[in-house]
Design a protein around this ligand. Sequence first.
Ligand SMILES: Cc1cc2nc3c(=O)[nH]c(=O)nc-3n(C[C@H](O)[C@H](O)[C@H](O)COP(=O)(O)OP(=O)(O)OC[C@H]3O[C@@H](n4cnc5c(N)ncnc54)[C@H](O)[C@@H]3O)c2cc1C
Length: 397
Amino acid sequence: MTDESGAYDVVIVGGALMGSSIAYFLSENSDFDGTVLVVEPDSTYVNAQSTRSGNSFREQFSNPLNIKISQFGLEFLAEFHERVIVDRDVPDLNFRGTGYLFLATNRAALEVLGAEHEIQLANGADVRMLDPAEVGSQFPYMNTDRLVGARFGSEREGSIDGWALLLGFRQRARHNGVTYLSDRVVDLIEAEGRITGVRLESGGTVACGYVVNAAGPRAKLVAAMAGLELPVEPRSRTTFVFDCRAPIEQNVPLTVTPEGVHFRRERQHYVTGGVPIDDRAVGYDDLETRHGEFEELIWPVLASYVPQFERIAVVASWGGQYAFNVLDQNMIIGSPAALPNFIFANGFSGHGLQQSPAVGRGISELIVYGAYRTLDLTPLGYDRVTRNEPFHESAII
Ligand SMILES: Cc1cc2nc3c(=O)[nH]c(=O)nc-3n(C[C@H](O)[C@H](O)[C@H](O)COP(=O)(O)OP(=O)(O)OC[C@H]3O[C@@H](n4cnc5c(N)ncnc54)[C@H](O)[C@@H]3O)c2cc1C
């Protein structure tokens, strides 16, 4: 199919990180000579989760597949310049290799960190266990009184400018011939067990060979257009940026406390967030900043681990949404057996930024070769949802 007015081999619903990564990998594959349309209503991405993210990469997952997915993300960052350059222009990723520090305050939690550590080492991660004294000497700003231990990664883990990653995917995909259309998909057209086209908000229809659902927290709505149930719902996550009266003059890794609060240094500021006490589905347009969370939930935890954080002031904050897979908080990728040309790339919770390169590569392989060629992402497929078989990951933030 090559008619640019109304037929494409692949139509991607949503053009933020996932949609653009998939478009990028398809358009880079020399075995693919099809046409790709990305339908995205908001080219500013102001409400997309991709611009509201914590922007961090880690190797410290518990599931070997998730470790490998993020390791490919890190490899991709290392080659970003060559992979996305267009006319000598490359967005600046500004990678800061600060590592992640997971804290434990009781023996049971330490055992979990230790068990995950074994899996991470077996899968090539650079990570080590620290006792409280080692935490104190490496991070002297920390109050270690309650700690029984911690796990710390290396400078391979860290943070980037996520907007640059999205721009890089998009600029190269467009350069390679991918079309971005400013519109919204409002329905899917189905015939004889296949999606044959999409209906647009502007009134037109586009015929297609494949449809990819990359609609972030709205993925469930797009799945429903094909009569499919997707256990992905929007969950509120607020990010706070704060200043500290007595700044910490050293690396502050992305630190994860047992209370579900995380914090890290971002240049002269600090970034933090946590899991809301009442963590449940919110409205699709609810991007409200939950200001109360800072004083009620986050600040007491921050100050209990870092005494200097008793004197801080919030300087910025914004609301966001996890696309939360209620089955197991892992991504759902691939097509359902009943509808083989409808492909999901959904349910990434707080991991989608680092997972976007592996997801883009994997889905491009599914479309071009009919199977994964590099990393086998089959265990993360839709069929586990219909079988109600969670694919476990214990290192969730
Ligand atoms: C507070 C917060 C912190 C995070 N921290 C991290 C982190 O540190 N590390 C990490 O790896 N990940 C992190 N994430 C997760 C990461 O940001 C997301 O998983 C990732 O951005 C998801 O990208 P996406 O393209 O799937 O979704 P989105 O960025 O939400 O994009 C979906 C797009 O689909 C479009 N769309 C929706 N419906 C339609 C339709 N009907 N037709 C056409 N287009 C449509 C939307 O306009 C939108 O642009 C965080 C997320 C949040 C909210």
